[in-house]
Design a binder for this molecule. Structure first.
Ligand SMILES: *[C@@H]1O[C@H](CO)[C@@H](O)[C@H](O)[C@H]1NC(C)=O
Length: 406
């Protein structure tokens, strides 16, 4: 599952003032396209970030003054989204595409047009056997690895049709935006999820309630599904399973696990495998402390608007980096805590030998998250449990505290 292909690094080069202003406008359009805050400044062209071996403080924007109020979070969130795109995933298209749909039997066909080009893709919808329409649903990357209850529809998304797993620039996304588009496969597939949400909102005959849609996937699709939820605010819940690094885990911690002698998926390794990230990420993978973010800040994108996130991990497979997954997610949850929504971010990390099998010990957490965020029941989701025995010193990774935001 870890194919090796060397990716080339792309240089950004100099951008003139005029192009910068243009870029600024485009970024505003792009964020508007994803339904986000449009009044925040865009990233500066040059970012001077002093190498930081610890997990960066999510509450400290590039401006250098730590945020003190909840009202300041939306723009910091937008900054984090832009950082993740520029340094790692690739930058999302800057235009709002036109979507049209056809529902036939169990197939929802979604035609997307932009810039004079168009493509279409389809998802299959398996309706639940109980409950009443419109139903809650879970979008499953490539098919579900988790048990989906008979009260929730399953929407099967062939994400590798949108962005090929092996072969950069191939798939429906690139048919529309060009094979040399800077987006890696993970964010291209997340863009596809955003189009599925457009389609569900405009197609009542699909019988899905767009306000109660979750997303899931395992392994590489565990990464895909958590990144989709982080970028698509319209999703009510994400249930990523065994995605390891760049899902639950942080690049900095993974590097140290590897240095300590346990083979794990590191940033250095990941740009050599498949086509998940932007080629620009290869500039940083051997200097991870120079990244002004780590993946705990991707988790933080779930804190506002508050949605559900249950990380389903496996403490038995060392390559998944269980230590990193636990500590990175714990750091990410500190943002939820600051915003008063800690119980919306859960973790269940259970030891089992079959990668992407679903252990019964994770069933109760899964049921609680589905019941609360898709079935709208009043149940507790304050769940943070691991059967892993970790000895690392948290203070070595986190040198900031949860602020009291006004
Ligand atoms: C790596 O090993 C050192 C020394 O034993 C230990 O302090 C540290 O916590 C280990 N790091 C990780 C991420 O396991």
């Amino acid at each position: 599952m870890w194919a090796i292909t060397r990716l080339e690094s792309a240089d950004t080069g100099l951008v003139s003032f005029i192009m910068l202003s243009l870029l600024y406008t485009l970024i505003l359009t792009a964020t508007a396209a994803l339904g986000q805050n449009t009044t925040c400044p865009s990233l500066p062209t040059t970012i001077n970030y002093a190498a930081n071996p610890k997990l960066p403080d999510p509450f400290l924007p590039l401006s250098g003054s730590r945020i003190t109020s909840k009202a300041q979070w939306p723009c910091r969130k937008e900054e984090i989204r832009q950082l993740l795109q520029r340094y790692s995933y690739g930058v999302l298209p800057t235009t709002k595409p036109t979507v049209t749909t056809t529902m036939s039997g169990t197939t929802l066909t979604i035609k997307v047009a932009d810039g004079g080009k168009s493509m279409s893709f389809s998802v299959t919808i398996k309706l639940p056997t109980s409950g009443t329409a419109p139903y809650p649903a879970i979008i499953a990357y490539g098919g579900a690895s988790i048990p989906i209850p008979n009260t929730v529809a399953t929407i099967t998304y062939q994400n590798f049709d949108m962005a090929a797993d092996n072969g950069r620039g191939k798939g429906k996304f690139y048919d529309l935006y060009g094979s040399s588009h800077n987006a890696g496969g993970l964010i291209a597939a997340a863009w596809g999820v955003d189009r599925i949400m457009d389609a569900l909102e405009m197609t009542p005959t699909a019988k899905i309630d767009p306000k109660r849609v979750g997303v899931t996937g395992c392994s590489r699709n565990g990464k895909g599904s958590i990144i989709a939820g982080a970028f698509v605010d319209r999703l009510a819940l994400a249930l990523p399973q065994e995605g390891g690094q760049s899902a639950a885990g942080c690049w900095r911690i993974a590097d140290e696990i590897q240095k300590n002698g346990t083979k794990v998926e590191t940033a250095h390794q990941i740009v050599n495998g498949d086509s998940w990230f932007s080629t620009d990420f290869s500039k940083y993978v051997d200097a991870v402390p120079t990244l002004p973010w780590d993946n705990h800040m991707m988790h933080a994108l779930y804190a506002d608007p508050p949605r559900g996130l249950l990380v389903i991990e496996n403490s038995a497979i060392e390559y998944l980096g269980p230590t990193s997954n636990y500590h990175c997610a714990t750091a990410g949850r500190m943002v939820h805590e600051a915003l008063g929504v800690k119980d919306r971010f859960g973790l269940t990390q259970v030891s089992h030998s079959d990668h992407c099998g679903f252990p019964s010990a994770s069933q109760a957490p899964l049921t609680a998250f589905i019941n609360r965020f898709l079935l709208k029941q009043e149940v507790s989701t304050d769940i943070w449990k691991t059967d892993g025995k970790f000895t690392i010193d948290e203070g070595r990774w986190v040198d900031w505290t949860v602020p009291k935001l006004s």
